[in-house]
Ligand binder design. Structure first.
Ligand SMILES: *[C@@H]1O[C@H](CO)[C@@H](O)[C@H](O)[C@H]1NC(C)=O
Length: 158
């Protein structure tokens, strides 16, 4: 193998490694989701001590893989956060809360199919530097039940 061929292989290997590292599994708690949750992953973030670590000014993507166990016309996202040790939840405004329009879902959802909901969030430069913010991420249709509900912990870093 020539040096040139070898270096092309090396470049390819690096590119493949980066591509594979895109979405990384995130530890989460299931908060009584109606639909089975298969995995939760994050892109443009890191994991440290089971916390998602987000940099100020970055745009991480949260991906929730679930199986629809009922035909569902639409899903709306709601994201709330609570400081570690705090008791009050605050709403986190997503650029788009219609999970069908912006969340990589094809609606209506068909019972028996797997879906990969994915949504980016902007971590503003003005966010406080914090450890262990509790994030509740839910997707719900018309009713009171939440088809998808997960909780994870996040750190915001400089
Ligand atoms: C979007 O959904 C498709 C399946 O419908 C999936 O293959 C793909 O990985 C998802 N994309 C993201 C960014 O989650």
């Amino acid at each position: 193998m020539s040096a040139q061929t070898l270096s092309i292989f090396c470049v390819l290997a690096v590119i493949l490694t980066i591509a594979n590292a895109a979405f990384i599994p995130l530890n989460y708690k299931n908060c009584k989701s109606v639909f089975p949750i298969k995995a939760v992953r994050v892109e443009n973030g890191e994991i440290s001590d089971d916390h998602a670590v987000f940099k100020r000014g970055s745009k991480p993507v949260i991906q929730i893989q679930f199986e629809a166990t009922a035909d569902t016309p639409s899903l709306t996202a709601s994201v709330r956060s609570k400081m570690a040790g705090g008791s009050a939840f605050s709403n986190f405004a997503l650029a788009a809360d219609d999970a069908c329009a912006a969340g990589n879902l094809t609606c209506p959802l068909t019972s028996g199919n797997d879906y990969w909901y994915s949504q980016s969030v902007t971590i503003a430069d003005t966010y406080p530097i914090v450890n262990g913010v509790q994030v509740n991420w839910a997707l719900s249709s018309e009713g009171k039940a939440r088809e998808v509900c997960i909780i994870f912990l996040a750190n915001i870093i400089e």
